[in-house]
Design a protein. Structure first.
Length: 64
C-alpha cells in the first residue's frame, strides 16, 4: 500500500488523524494534513482506508 495526500485539497477536518494517527498528523499552524508514513503496514491498512473514506475533501489517495 502506498499513500499520498493532496495538501492543497485538505480542509483540515482532522478525520484522517482520528482514523489513523500513526499515519497522519496535522500541521500546528493551519491543521493541514501531514503524511507520517507513506507506506503503512498491513495492520494499519484498514485504518488508512477508513481515513480516506471519511476525508471530506478526498485528499487521500491509496495505491495497492
Amino acid at each position: 500500500m502506498k499513500v499520498t495526500v493532496d495538501q492543497d485539497r485538505c480542509v483540515a477536518s482532522g478525520q484522517c488523524v482520528v482514523a489513523a494517527m500513526e499515519v497522519f498528523d496535522q500541521r500546528d499552524e493551519d491543521g493541514i494534513v501531514v503524511l507520517l508514513n507513506p507506506e503503512p503496514t498491513a495492520e494499519q491498512a484498514e485504518d488508512v482506508r477508513h481515513a480516506a473514506a471519511v476525508c471530506p475533501a478526498l485528499a487521500i489517495e491509496i495505491q495497492d
